[in-house]
Design a protein around this ligand. Structure first.
Ligand SMILES: Nc1nc2c(ncn2[C@@H]2O[C@H](COP(=O)(O)OP(=O)(O)OP(=O)(O)O)[C@@H](O)[C@H]2O)c(=O)[nH]1
Ligand SMILES: [Mg+2]
Length: 324
């Protein structure tokens, strides 16, 4: 199927076309980009939700519980789970399948895993692209699960309208050391596994952290949930709905939409720039030889970085001259 056939299929609700298009987007190839460009005007209707947090926080269990609650409210749900490139990843996918078993037979739910391994700098592109495709395909709610570990994942979280940060009662130290950056990308905080001791302490810690975070027109609610039983999940959906309403509210809508668009464009440009720069830096061995110099202490890292930039610019200029 070419890009046009894929787009037509997706708009018709053909799941096979949808799955194929997602494969192209994940590969970040020309067909994938063409499909994305054609579908983009159809996006913006779905509620897009990012669910992030450290490994094992209960994100997948929570996503499954969220999906069940959304289905109860009559909404269709698309789910993308970005799989951490850990040795456990296969087990994680299998576990997710089991956790979401009751959802897989439901025509109103579509689920897809994406690997982050080997997706250098491109994770935010492909995951954000997948989100857009499910949005354009007409799902009412699109959920993206990522492990909130690195810069890449923070950028992935940025692709969603509402980002939910999942923590645990036992995560006290983690909360204390949590970077303001991660706090600032989240519009809803959840202390999951509230059946374990210490949930209220974790809520208090989050509240204290939020108090010193940058102000915005939205005050992130801090909720408790037990994803395993579904307790607190209806409240979570209510909070997400309120934030989505806030995003659409006429007094903030334009600003919020522009802020989101800016984050997306900058994140995508940064990822592309990073990738292209690395290719250029490696092309003539410039990076390797500068690294050698610094490791041998014959050159300082700062001047090596400057020399690397010169080498990158030179490679780019040469490339321009080669091309007609
Ligand atoms: N006690 C308790 N355990 C939970 C709860 N929610 C999830 N768990 C358990 O926590 C473990 C991890 O759950 P997952 O949903 O796989 O967590 P995750 O954050 O998706 O994990 P990764 O995707 O591997 O980072 C599983 O054993 C779950 O059964 C909860 O509310 N209470
Ligand atoms: Mg998971």
């Amino acid at each position: 199927m070419d890009a046009r056939a894929l787009v037509e299929g997706i708009v018709r609700g053909d799941r096979r076309a949808l799955a194929r298009a997602l494969t192209h987007v994940e590969a970040d190839n020309a067909t994938g980009r063409e499909v994305l460009a054609a579908l983009y005007p159809r996006t913006g209707r779905a509620q897009t939700i990012g669910v992030t947090g450290s490994a094992g926080a209960g994100k997948s269990t929570l996503v499954a519980a969220l999906a069940r609650e959304e289905r109860r409210r009559g909404r269709s749900v698309g789910i993308i789970a970005v799989d951490p490139s850990s040795p456990f990843s296969h087990g994680a996918i299998l576990g997710d399948r089991i956790r979401m078993q009751d959802l897989t037979g439901d025509g109103g739910v579509f689920m897809r895993s994406m690997a982050s391994r080997g997706n250098l700098g491109g994770l935010s592109e492909s995951a954000g692209g997948a989100l857009d495709i499910l949005d354009a395909a007409g799902f009412d709610v699109v959920i993206l699960e990522t492990v909130g570990a690195g810069q890449d994942e923070v950028e992935v979280a940025n692709a969603a309208g509402t980002t939910v940060l999942v923590t645990n009662p036992s995560a006290g130290d983690e909360i204390q050391s949590m970077k303001a950056g991660l706090m600032e990308v989240a519009q809803v905080m959840v202390v999951n596994k509230a059946d374990l001791a210490g949930a209220d302490t974790a809520v208090a810690q989050l509240r204290a952290l939020l108090a010193i975070a940058a102000r915005s027109s939205w005050e992130p609610p801090i909720l408790k949930a037990i994803a395993r039983t579904g307790e607190g999940v209806a409240d979570l959906v209510d909070a997400i709905d309120r934030h989505q309403q806030h995003l659409r509210d006429s007094t903030h809508a334009v600003d919020e939409r522009r802020a989101l668009a800016e984050r997306q464009v900058v994140a995508l440009a940064r990822a592309a720039l990073h990738r292209e720069a690395l290719v250029a830096a490696n092309a003539n061995g410039a990076l390797a030889s500068l690294v050698d110099d610094v490791a041998l202490r014959t050159r300082d890292p700062r001047s090596a970085a400057e020399a690397l930039l010169v080498a990158i610019r030179r490679a780019w200029t040469a490339e321009r001259e080669v091309r007609p």
